[in-house]
Design a protein around this ligand. Sequence first.
Ligand code: PMP
Length: 371
Amino acid sequence: MTRPSHSIAERMSRLDASGIRKVFDLAAKMKNPINLSIGQPDFDVPEQVKEEAIDAIRRGENKYTQTQGSSALLDAVARKCGEELGSSDDRGYLITSGVSGGLVLAMLTLVNPGDEVVFTDPYFVMYAHLTNLVGGKCVPVDTYPDFRPDAGKIADAITDRTRLLIINSPANPTGAVYSRTELEQIAEVAEKHDLLVVSDEIYNDFCYDEPFVSMASVYDNTLLLRGFSKSYAMTGWRLGWATGPRPVVEQMTMLQQYSFVCAPSMAQAGGVRAIGTDVSEHVADYQRKRDIVQDMLGEAFGLIKPAGAFYAFVPAPGGEATPFVEKAIASNVLIIPGGVFSERDTHFRISYATDDNQLRKGLEILAGLAS
Ligand code: PMP
């Protein structure tokens, strides 16, 4: 007898979460692990943002907002974009349910079955899963060993089926931050092929060594995605925004109407407050943690200093990540093997978004395993 299919659509078989599942299965057996795997800040939402969202609930702002987002938040976002990128009537704005929501809408709006989506490897896993889900083909461009984006390699990966180029700076999982020159070189390639660039800038505030440069400031044909999850520790509030060429944003808005409907109303109210909130203290704190990681692992592992986000992507001893991660887990430190984010499994990702005590303990154990 054949097994029942439970009517699961064929596209679901194109999602493969086995890599990360294996890690979580191992983690489930750990008692009080030193957890260096978490992709979210360890600080809390700013107090005034919480107050604003609670007030919004009390004021009765519990209903649908406009699909594109509340006027107050759209105005705040447009003002911020105007200051940073210069104002433009060609740009549309959409408040999304996190950057994840923006990515889902972008992929469904832009990618046909069989289209190729180019992104740098290592990559944020959602790029690969969503490309597969919509029937696209992933074209990862290798950036090892220093994780710099090579415009020449990107150009070589482009074919007449290429539909999108996704970039992510500061990057998850590598912490790489792209320079203005690198972005301009990528822009030149994209322009030549008339390609839309999706720029995931969710870590834009976490930039330690040089000022952040947005892809949207060097290339107009950019769909820019930003969020509140990391800068203001609002991961559970599901809030982000998209801006880019008006026709693209309009189509994404139409799809939002028939899917997410709108981002959570009280989160949008809090978001208006969040945009004006100074997070430099947290950024300075994470820069200090980045330095601790570099001091403790740099030499032992040959780690190139990450310049942003809150991750380090560390070469595994012997060049094989999974056995090293298994050893780390056996020593009670939870890290993620690079194969989850890459075609290669030669590195491991640590998140340093945790308290100093845990971080130092975990790094000490990892350093001990390397020697
Ligand atoms: N992009 C990147 C690079 C991320 O690391 C994450 C979160 N881990 C997201 C997008 C999704 O963030 P959000 O909470 O805004 O959906």
